[in-house]
Design a protein around this ligand. Structure first.
Ligand SMILES: [Zn+2]
Length: 95
């Protein structure tokens, strides 16, 4: 069973958001403080397109249908634990 919410995305193999060509996206170096700060979050990376010159951020992680299953699974788990704790507390401290 997969218990990951975020899956690694590969922007290098995805389409350019500007011209739509595949395989033209390459990693780009940061040029200023804002770009460095955004990159340091680890969520996005700076990319540029060799074809049309587009430059921007792309997410390094993505969610898919397994993410929802995992979130639901964790939700049920947390609710179950909360219910058990409530029952124990009621048994010990309730009237
Ligand atoms: Zn492009």
């Amino acid at each position: 069973m997969q218990l990951k919410i975020f899956f690694k995305a590969f922007p290098e193999t995805s389409k350019c958001p500007s011209c739509g060509k595949i395989g033209t996206i390459r990693r780009s170096r940061t040029r200023n403080f804002i770009e460095t700060a955004a990159k340091s979050t680890g969520v996005v990376s700076l990319y540029k397109c060799r074809e049309c010159g587009w430059r921007g951020y792309l997410k390094k992680y993505m969610i898919n249908r397994y993410s929802f299953i995992t979130v639901i699974f964790y939700g049920i788990l947390i609710l179950s634990v909360a219910y058990i704790i409530t029952q124990i507390l009621k048994k010990n401290f309730g009237t």
